[in-house]
Design a protein around this ligand. Structure first.
Ligand code: ADP
Ligand code: MG
Length: 260
C-alpha cells in the first residue's frame, strides 16, 4: 500500500500541470562487450493536456524513450518524474501499479486476445484493480463508446476491421482513466483513411484533457499533434509546436471512403 505521504505527493502532483518531467536521461544497453548509448542526455517537460508526437529515424531512441516514459524500463542515469513521483525510487511491483493506474498504452500491433470480445478485451486492465465486476463492465462499455464502438461490444477481433481493432485497443488503454496515453506507432499497420480516423479519436480525447505522447514515422500523422519532437542519435534535435494543425475530422471529409 502507498503511504499517506505518497498519496499526498500524488495529489499535489495531480494539481500541478506538469505530468512528465525528464531530466538529463541517459540509457545504455550492455550487449556482451559492446555498450549502446541509446539516450544521450534527454530533458523534457510535458504539461497536462499536451499532445506530443515523437519522430526520428529508426534507431534514434524513440522506443527506448517511450519504454522509460511507460515505466517499462528505467534510465541508466538522470531523473524521471511522473506526476511528481520519482520512478527510479520504486520497485517493480510499485512500478506496475503506477503503470496500470496512470498510463494507457497503444501499440502498432493491436494485441487483442482472439477468443475474447471487444468488451472483455477492453475490461482486461481493470482486472488488476480493486474495482468490482459491475463497475468494470460499466467502465469498459463507456470506453468502447468513447471510441465509437458501443455497437461492437460482443464482437470478436476476427469480426472487426484493423481500424476497429485498434479502436478497441484505444478503449482498453482508457479503461483505467489514465493521466497519459502512450502510443508507439499506433497507425503503423493501418491504411491512410483509417489512420486519420484513429487520429480523430486521439484528437477528441486530447480535447477532453487527456495528455498524449505518440511515436510516428509519418510527418502527416505528426501534424495532428500539438507539438513535435525529433530524435536523432539519442538526443532531442528539434522540439517545435505544430503551427497549422489540421483537424482530423475535417481531413476525413476530403478522403475517399471504402465504397468510393
Ligand atoms: P527507435 O525506436 O527510434 O527505432 P530504439 O530506441 O529502438 O530506436 O533504439 C535505439 C538504439 O538502442 C539503437 O541503436 C538500438 O539498436 C539500441 N537498442 C534498442 N533496444 C535495445 C536492447 N534491448 N538491447 C540493445 N540495444 C538496444
Ligand atoms: Mg521504435
Amino acid at each position: 500500500m502507498p503511504s499517506a505521504n505518497q498519496i499526498e505527493a500524488w495529489a499535489t502532483a495531480r494539481a500541478a500541470s506538469t505530468v512528465i518531467r525528464v531530466e538529463d536521461v541517459h540509457k545504455y544497453y550492455e550487449l556482451g562487450e559492446a555498450r549502446v548509448h541509446a539516450l544521450r542526455g534527454v530533458s523534457l517537460e510535458i504539461q497536462r493536456g499536451e499532445f506530443l508526437a515523437i519522430m526520428g529515424a529508426s534507431g534514434s531512441g524513440k522506443s527506448t524513450f517511450m519504454n522509460i516514459l511507460g515505466c517499462l524500463d528505467r534510465p541508466s542515469s538522470g531523473q524521471y518524474l511522473l506526476e511528481g513521483i520519482d520512478v527510479s525510487k520504486h520497485d517493480k511491483r510499485t512500478l506496475a501499479l503506477i503503470r496500470n493506474q496512470k498510463l494507457g498504452f497503444v501499440f502498432q500491433g493491436f494485441n487483442l486476445l482472439a477468443r475474447t470480445t471487444a468488451l472483455e478485451n477492453t475490461e482486461l486492465p481493470t482486472l488488476y484493480t480493486k474495482i468490482d465486476k459491475a463497475e468494470r463492465q460499466k467502465r469498459a462499455a463507456e470506453a468502447l463508446a468513447m471510441v465509437g464502438l458501443a455497437d461492437r461490444a460482443q464482437h470478436f477481433p476476427s469480426q472487426m476491421s484493423g481500424g476497429q481493432q485498434q479502436r478497441v485497443a484505444v478503449a482498453r488503454a482508457l479503461v483505467n482513466h489514465p493521466s497519459i496515453l502512450l502510443a508507439d506507432e499506433p497507425t503503423g499497420n493501418l491504411d491512410s483513411r483509417t489512420s486519420v480516423e484513429i487520429m480523430e479519436i486521439l484528437q477528441n480525447l486530447n480535447d477532453k484533457g487527456l495528455t498524449i505522447v505518440l511515436v510516428t514515422h509519418e510527418h502527416d500523422i505528426a501534424q495532428f499533434a500539438k507539438r513535435v519532437l525529433v530524435f536523432r542519435d539519442g538526443k532531442i534535435r528539434k522540439d517545435e509546436p505544430v503551427l497549422h494543425r489540421p483537424k482530423a475530422a475535417e481531413v476525413l471529409k476530403t478522403l475517399p471512403t471504402l465504397e468510393d
